[in-house]
Design a protein around this ligand. Structure first.
Ligand code: SAH
Length: 336
């Protein structure tokens, strides 16, 4: 619930508004039950216990990277499903990468999260709990959130928008929209809908190929919205929001990493002010695709930059703890 909704529910119970504010703050600090809310009268805690559900995530597994301090958590959801969350430590703060669905139905050829399809959407409170519990478990403040874990956030539009409002609330987690990134495989109608909300978040689009032929090999969604339509949607998004889009490009050996692909990408993106994030494919054992060599990635990046498109090569964090897309949940599923 938002503070407003909680206030209304409390009014309906003849409780004063400040009680709702107290409870909202407790929830933002990660209270898993009303009994923890020590500044509420005992009788009130019992009443709230009866009236409200507080389903909290419980930790199944925590892995810490020996290389870079990245932490990866596997959480048990109230119905027994599981999702994973990653905490990345940067000089400027700590970012939590959250999942937005249990599984995914987008079917990208290189991604572990989509094997087995989508089980269900996550609720706004489950996503919020990922952020809060990860910060608590890692013993650190969370300063940024990226929606780049398991799932397609724009395929769970309403819950994700509700989550954004909650995580952004000053009385709660208080994460500024400018510290939030949302990544999509390119659902055009949802990108247009998002633009209308004028949020200050960063939209990342998983492009992975500049042309239909290559992109269709990697991403089934391309059959629904081809690259021309996607580029158009990105142009509209920038026109409406004034926020530049960043494109993700996973480099797959002999599939999308040739000089031709780089030239084509330059042709399509030059002058748009868009940024390209190159990442060497994370190897997923179930998938028959290999990462491009480091040298290929470097020359691809140079070709983009020389062509006038800004590009960065994404640093790999947590590679020693299976921090690539969906791998921890897959591991858990194989065990059971
Ligand atoms: N569904 C959303 C967000 C989740 S995936 C989306 O598609 O953008 C986050 C990013 O990781 C996406 O760019 C996705 O394409 C990428 N990704 C998935 N599997 C990967 C892998 N094995 N190696 C590198 N990047 C991968």
């Amino acid at each position: 619930m938002t503070p407003g909704e909680l206030g209304e529910a409390f009014r309906a119970m003849d409780l004063p508004g400040y009680r709702a504010e107290q409870v909202f703050r407790w929830l933002g600090r990660g209270a898993a039950g009303f009994e923890e809310m020590s500044d509420l009268p005992k009788a009130l805690r019992a009443r709230l216990e009866e009236r409200f559900d507080l389903p909290a995530l419980s930790m199944i597994r925590r892995q810490v990277s020996a290389k870079d301090g990245t932490e990866k958590f596997l959480w048990r959801l109230p119905d027994g499903e599981s999702v994973e969350t990653v905490l990345m430590r940067y000089k400027h703060g700590n970012t939590v990468c959250i999942s937005s669905q249990v599984g995914c139905r987008m079917g990208c050829a290189f991604c572990a999260s989509t094997i087995g399809g989508k089980v269900r959407d996550l609720s706004a409170s489950e996503m919020l709990d990922e952020v809060i519990r990860t910060g608590l478990a890692a013993g650190t403040a969370v300063t940024g959130v990226v929606l780049m874990g398991i799932g397609e956030p724009l395929d769970n539009f309403d819950n994700v928008m509700r989550f954004l409002a909650l995580v952004n609330d000053p009385a709660g987690a208080n994460i500024g929209m400018r510290h939030i990134s949302l990544s999509t495989c390119g659902l055009v109608e949802a990108i247009d809908k998002l633009a209308q909300l004028h949020l200050q978040l960063t939209l990342s689009v998983s492009l992975h190929a500049p042309d239909d032929e290559t992109r269709s090999k990697l991403m089934p969604v391309n059959a629904r919205y081809g690259v021309d339509e996607l580029y158009e949607a990105c142009r509209r998004y920038f026109a409406v929001t004034g926020r530049r889009i960043s494109f993700e490009y996973a480099m797959v050996r002999d599939v999308n990493d040739s000089p031709w692909h780089a030239r084509e990408l330059v042709r399509r993106l030059r002058g748009t002010g868009s940024h390209v994030n190159l990442i060497r494919l994370n190897y997923v054992s179930e998938r028959g695709l290999a990462p491009s060599s480091e040298e290929t990635v470097r020359s691809f990046a140079k070709a983009l930059t020389d062509g006038g498109v800004t590009a960065t090569i994404r640093r790999r964090l947590g590679s020693d703890i299976d921090a690539a897309c969906g791998q921890l949940r897959r591991g858990e599923m194989r065990k059971v």
